[in-house]
Design a protein around this ligand. Sequence first.
Ligand code: NI
Length: 255
Amino acid sequence: MIDTHCHLYDEAFDSDRAEAVARAIAAGVDTMLLPAIDSHSHAQQELLATAFPNHFHQMMGLHPTSVDDNYESELEIVHKKLFGDPGRYVAIGEIGLDLYWDKSHLDQQLDALRRQIRWARELNLPVCLHVRKAHNELFGLLRDLNFNTYRGVMHCFGGSLQEAHHAIEMGFHIGIGGVVTFKNATLAEVASAVPLDRILLETDAPYLAPVPHRGQRNESAYLPLVAEKIAVLRGIDVDEVACATTLAAQRLFSL
Ligand code: NI
């Protein structure tokens, strides 16, 4: 299985990072994708990816909650890394819109997202989108960009089934993680109804640990719990979920 979204370089793993990687591999999660946040964590991300080159792939991008008055210089760093060594990254992410924590930088978030989606097009890379309390704004931006189709994933999908179908029609995959194991009727509906080959498994570790670890630190070794829940919801074998989602991730990120 592939954990398409985890932050194992986060300081939450400072005391046992190598062990967390070993636990993931032992649990059948031998490939993990590392989305970037901002320049404060680039060094740690790079360090982890180069320490385990057979198990990690990196993304590069500016996270929407890191978009503040300083975002132009952060974007410059991202641009330099992406265009300086494009083969190094499997996607531009995580990028997007987040109006949950802070609504005051919406214009800057929109500008940063628009520019990074255009870079993805220039480099022929998929995007990893983080969208929180901003689905209307996101769909508006994508409509205005007016590309025929998009390549990417809506990570930690939190929209309605209708929004999921809309995203899939535009070309996106749906990232599903530990939240699917919580009592959440909307996400259960999405996880059972969308085409299996459009679902990507993810943990978003260290956040959003699945039941029975809810509230604790999340890690990639818990990814099978997500696969199992999706299998139960769809009434199919967990192997089928693992195979289809792994293939989808390999295709999308050219792994
Ligand atoms: Ni993330």
